[in-house]
Design a protein. Structure first.
Lengths: 312, 312
């Protein structure tokens, strides 16, 4: 089977961690332990991953010095594809070799095409980077042309917000398919992909936006004609009526049920919403199952024995 | 023909530039104008590139904030493979499409294996990152375990020095060959590759070193069984007796001549030395020509009509 796995940001940077190199390597080590179980079954695998904490750290570093010009957000995305891709590639390769497997692991830098007519560009909503107080936010906003919003309580409550447009297609989808077909494990679409838009003359240019990584993973799953989409996170199951006395685990839901619950606002936009939407899109595209569940049960989720499945 | 091109750091960041995004895009634009001429002739192409100024900038940004942990040098290398690879990949793709070509351009994160028994590890020589005064250098050296050396004049004359070991092999060489064979233009080995060494148990781990990008390009040329290695820089020809009244341009030199001149110290270790060494190794490996010359004559150098050729 051809499987696309989306790794949540929390898999790579746990709460209370500072984001050191050794923490990142340790977290990736846990991820690899689970992923080798899937690879060991003979499946083809594409790995996508989040980059929120890492991109945030680079943004802090960039803004801390006046000496060096800042790079735009899409370049930071590319930098995190390098950073995280390298560590997954190296550590997963190590895990595979220690089990006697010679399967190569490669990372492909991945651009994701977005449409500037997407309504998301008129309503930036995705908070990124460090928290500032109002005065700092106003100064930086003016200087850099960034939009800030109050997103928390207290004094340092302002964060930059950027658009989160829908992914239209994966620029490097053919390369991902070819590397997969050659037997490699492919890391692609990190951080939701590097967002690019198309100019009237057909040239791609980078845009300051963040594409949801689960929706990007879904586009990769479509373009590689995957058999399964696994969205790995830190919850055991998707829940209905989350946080209320009526809360219950969902083992399986049809596309129709999932869409009804999405429309009813059961899944919050910033967290479970895009995960369920990604599953709905994948199932509607190909009639094959998608699932959401915890990283440490990745293989069991693929087998339908854990997590929440979305079915036709 | 299968051609491996090594782009010098000066092709991506010109002197007097600050290293902004728009400068980088503009510089890459010039590079692409030359590279499409080679691609347009129907050749297969691997592009390697330097990362000195970019890695230096990231190192400055990392050291400017106490809030965010610094990443080791090999991770910075991976970040620049993402950053620079993305921009070359996007802009070269744009150039090709504007000429009606559908050749895909991909960037593969590339690890380069080095040997911890390499004498370079006992004699760190490659200066990286910002300049410090003696006191700062001593403080950071103690805190981070870095070695600093006086490399210039005046007060801010100290820079971190790291080992520059010989590349042994390219970890992702099969993937590079497969992508090439599929018709893609491949960007690989940026910044000399991400240096890794092998632990006794066979696992790769990152090492803080900088592999010379021309020597890395040569290893890629061997492993992809390339027909030609082009080292592009900002000089029209390699010169003998450089800087003396006897200085003259070299149009062509045999491997034996080149080795003799290397042994006589004709080519300085930090600049022309590794370029000539890379050419010598490539010609000795496969008996095919290698050349050194200016970026703006890339195709003519490949045709043997410009630059300095090294022949069997």
């Amino acid at each position: 089977m051809k499987v696309v796995v989306a790794l949540g940001g929390n898999a790579l940077a746990q709460r209370r961690q500072r984001g050191t190199y050794s923490e990142l390597v340790e977290n990736v080590g846990f991820v690899c332990e689970e992923l080798v179980k899937i690879i060991d079954e003979g499946h083809q695998l594409v790995i996508t991953h989040g980059n929120g904490p890492q991109a945030g750290n680079i943004a802090v570093q960039q803004s801390s010095t006046g000496q060096v010009p800042e790079m735009p957000l899409h370049v930071i995305d590319a930098m995190t594809q390098g950073q995280i891709g390298y560590i997954i590639q190296r550590e997963l390769g190590n895990s595979l070799r220690s089990l006697g497997s010679r399967r190569p692991v490669v990372s492909l830098l991945t651009q994701v095409l977005v449409d500037l007519a997407d309504p998301a560009f008129g309503a930036p909503s995705k908070p990124i980077g460090p928290y500032y107080d109002r005065r700092e936010a106003e100064r930086i906003g003016k200087e850099m042309g960034f939009l800030f919003k109050r997103v928390g309580r207290g004094e340092k409550a302002y964060r930059r917000v950027v658009p989160s447009p829908d992914p239209k297609s994966i620029v490097e989808s053919d390369a991902v398919s070819k590397m997969l077909a050659s037997g490699a494990i492919v890391i692609a679409g990190g951080g939701g992909g590097i967002p690019v838009a198309k100019a009237p003359d057909g040239a791609y240019f980078g845009v300051d936006a963040v594409v949801d990584k689960d929706l990007c993973a879904e586009k990769i799953a479509e373009s590689t004609r995957a058999d399964s989409l696994l969205i790995l996170t830190d919850v055991s199951k998707v829940k209905s009526d989350f946080g209320t006395p009526k809360e219950r685990d969902i083992d399986v839901m049809t596309v129709a049920e999932a869409k009804k619950m999405l429309a009813a606002g059961q899944f919050p936009p910033g967290s479970m919403g895009p995960k369920v939407t990604a599953c709905v899109r994948f199932v509607e595209w190909g009639g094959k199952p998608a699932a959401i569940g915890p990283l440490n049960k990745a293989l069991r989720i693929l087998e339908g024995a854990a997590g929440t499945r979305v079915v036709p």
